[in-house]
Design a protein around this ligand. Structure first.
Ligand code: UDP
Length: 238
């Protein structure tokens, strides 16, 4: 950290689902809303974002439909970049300087992933949006969240969810008995098979002492509140 800086640094995960507003492609109104909530935080919190791509392609699904898995995963990664560009556009319209860094080099569209440069951008008050996952097939953007958060020294991961406002004992959409948890540990989640994020990602967070807050993005201003450190949703700790 820059000497004397006590600013919080957080990594926000936005899944592709959020960008599409439930459909394939990007829903500009939804992305604008999220960007405005991020911009509302101002520069008191350093923010980087890992963006998913499930609103375009998921490698595993294309592979089940007959495609080569690695090639399908590359399509998945390219999808995340379109979401990144949409988010960058609306963040800049909302007055927040933004840089996109991708794990697959595409110099015309974005910077390459350079961790020290990402940190410098955040220190200057810019939002950094990470795209193209890890640049490697067979990974997920959840795993990338854990890796990027560790490498850029984020204080925690904020996992924004659509359709659910935290972690429940079972699926609240199908089980009326499902209870929302205030707190749980990664080992509990792994043991009880609660899919907070994928298992590789949870193991990585657990082993490297990285906490995460899972929160719903439906409520007005929830993203801003989560970025500012309010205790929404569920806290997951090692
Ligand atoms: N992907 C990949 N390697 C990565 C990150 C993503 O191969 O490091 C591919 C994978 O096919 C995945 C797709 O990109 O299904 C979209 O990412 P993800 O499913 O994690 O997005 P989300 O579910 O968050 O929308």
């Amino acid at each position: 950290r820059q000497p004397g800086s006590s600013r919080r640094r957080v990594l926000l995960k936005l899944s592709g689902e959020v960008f599409g507003g439930g459909n394939v492609g990007v829903d500009p109104a939804t992305v604008r809303g999220i960007a405005e909530q991020i911009a509302a935080v101002g520069e008191e919190v350093e923010v980087c974002v890992v963006v998913g791509g499930g609103n375009f392609f998921r490698g595993a699904e294309l592979s089940r439909a007959g495609m080569d898995r690695a090639r399908a995963d590359y399509m998945g990664m390219l999808g995340t970049v379109m979401n990144c560009l949409a988010l960058q556009d609306f963040l800049e319209q909302a007055g927040r300087a933004t840089r996109v860094q991708t794990a697959i080099t595409m110099g015309q569209v974005a910077e390459s992933y350079i961790p020290l440069r990402a940190i410098r951008h955040m220190e200057k008050g810019r939002v950094v949006v990470f795209g193209a996952g890890a640049g490697m097939p067979y990974f997920s953007t959840d795993t990338v969240c854990a890796q990027r958060a560790l490498e850029v020294d984020a204080d925690m991961i904020l996992m924004g969810k659509s359709g659910v406002d935290g972690v429940y004992t079972s699926d609240p959409k199908t089980d009326p008995e499902a209870e929302k948890l205030e707190h749980l540990t990664y080992s509990q989640a792994l043991r009880q098979n609660i899919r907070v994020m994928d298992q590789t990602a949870m193991t990585m967070c657990n082993d490297n002492d990285l906490s995460m807050r899972v929160f719903g993005m439906e409520g007005d201003g929830d993203v801003t509140r989560a970025l500012l450190g309010e205790e929404l949703g569920t806290l997951v700790t090692p």
